[in-house]
Design a protein around this ligand. Structure first.
Ligand SMILES: [Zn+2]
Ligand SMILES: [Zn+2]
Ligand SMILES: [Zn+2]
Length: 258
């Protein structure tokens, strides 16, 4: 399936606590460099006709306001952790102005979490003005959202299945620490790949910086960007400078054109 030209915007590039972290006085959390300010991880994927957000973070409202997003066609969820779903309630602004339900694509465990964490959205007797969503299963193979082809990629976050997504030559994977060989094949041929890189020290459910570098190189993707970053990774300017050619730390509001 051919993919139209896309504009990708990093809405947030921080781990679950965001950077700065509440009550932290470390050098990263007190840095004056705007690139050391990271909202929770999410991207906006836009063609001329279609706009998709991947995850609705606790910062979703501010992310939509900051980028002046006035139209949204769908939400794609990666997994049910709170830092990826907490902002769903604010989808109602789009319901109000677009006068229609929002298409929300989620795997089984994320759908269960949405029902558990936002029970009022699914209530029989609906309070006026609450979010109106049209929950959709995510097919195993490539499917279309508007004019954008979406290929789901199954990755592992310790024992939790998480979905990465490939849109044409652009692949977005967050909250993973293992990808099976069969799923890696779906990434090969991407021009750009986003991967989570939490920190330097080993973590049970996230790639470290060196694991993320090794994976981008092993898959021979020419451009790698890292997201879901902790304050423990260090200053953006210093860490970024030391990365191999073609690999960089993403930062909030960064735009990639494909
Ligand atoms: Zn996360
Ligand atoms: Zn800190
Ligand atoms: Zn997670």
């Amino acid at each position: 399936m051919t993919c139209p030209p896309l504009k990708i915007t990093f809405l947030g590039t921080g781990t679950s606590s965001g950077v700065p972290m509440i009550a932290c006085n470390c050098g990263v959390c007190t840095s004056k460099d705007p690139k050391d300010n990271r909202l929770r991880s999410s991207i906006l994927v836009e063609s001329a006709a279609t706009s998709i957000v991947v995850d609705t973070t606790p910062d979703f409202r501010f992310q939509m306001l900051r980028e002046n997003i006035t139209k949204l066609d769908a939400v794609l969820f990666t997994h049910p952790h709170k830092d990826h779903i907490a902002g769903l309630d604010d989808i109602r602004a789009f319901n109000y102005f677009q006068e229609m339900p929002m298409d929300v694509y989620a795997n089984d465990i994320t759908q269960s979490a949405l029902k558990r964490e936002f029970p009022y959205i699914f209530a029989e007797h609906r309070y006026p003005g609450i979010p109106d969503i049209n929950v959709k299963d995510i097919p195993a193979e490539t499917f279309m959202i508007g004019d954008i082809p979406v290929t789901p990629i199954l990755v592992w976050h310790l024992k939790m299945p998480v979905l990465g997504f490939r849109f044409g030559s652009f692949t977005y994977i967050t909250d993973a620490n293992m990808i099976e060989e069969s799923e890696k094949k779906k990434i090969i041929g991407s021009e750009v790949m986003v991967l989570n890189a939490l920190r330097h020290k080993k973590h049970i459910s996230h790639f470290t910086l060196s694991e993320a570098v090794a994976l981008v190189q092993a898959l021979q993707v020419p451009c790698g960007y890292f997201t879901h970053i902790s304050h423990q990774l260090g200053l953006h300017g210093e860490v970024n400078k030391a990365l191999p050619v073609g690999i960089e730390l993403a930062f909030d509001r960064q735009v990639i054109l494909t």
